[in-house]
Design a protein around this ligand. Sequence first.
Ligand code: HSE
Length: 304
Amino acid sequence: MADSSSVVIRVPASTANLGPGFDCLGLALDIWNETSFTLSGDSISIEITGEGQNQLARNESNLIYRSFYETLEKHAHPVPSGIKISCKNEIPVSSGLGSSATAVITGIYAANSLFNLNLSKVDIFNLAVKYEGHGDNLAASLEGGLVLVFPTESGFHFTKIEAPSMHIVICVPEIQLSTHEARNSLPKTYESSDVVFNISHTVLLVHAFRKRNYSLLKTAMQDRIHQPYRFMLIPGAEKAIYAAYDRGASGVALSGAGPGLIAFCKKSDPSIAKAMQTAFQKEEIRSKTIITETCLKSAHVLID
Ligand code: HSE
């Protein structure tokens, strides 16, 4: 039986890669999805308001429900016959802001909290990685702040990296680009010079964050592993990046697999958002902008 009959879970958005740190770096953002779970009745009811309300499934195939259900099954716990899930979403879906990672974390957190499964953050991460295949967005949402994900023989691990709070401008063009498609666009092999380029720039980026040396970001966020290939799928993206730099952004990159772009800025500056939007408009692509900050808080249970 459940130890409590309702719970509310909050999970922050995240950006991954930050340019060169492909599948390794993740950073939490102050944009949140809040989901309440109530055990009642004998059917599944899913309400969604905000982002994704016209796209996300409201039945058993909903990713939050699937991760909730599979977490219970994996722990040999009976799945409740009736549950009401209510999602208040701020994170745009399929935008490169980790919305699917937040959904997976939400489902696992809810199962853990409602049925006292005693899962640690590391257990939750390990369960969640099975859905995503890579852990950068997951670790950022679970830990808050800047994180490094690294594979070992026993699986993926993550650790937090010291980083300052920063102003963020996001621009998400209205084009369809799934993570699957964006990953399929990447080469299977790379020149060693490109690999060395990315290793050195990833370390430079971490150094820049730790030293709060924002003047290094533009150089440090260069990448040769994924962005050049993905830009071919996102008309206007490179021009939007140049436009953000022209307006004074410190560092700009594709957010995760895209299509969203993320700019790190010294101040909250709507003109950077406007400049990126204008670059996409020139390609006749509409876009949405979000002005936010990095987030040190992590996924948590709001009401238990
Ligand atoms: N690191 C991942 C990628 C993030 O770039 O494909 C997307 O979820």
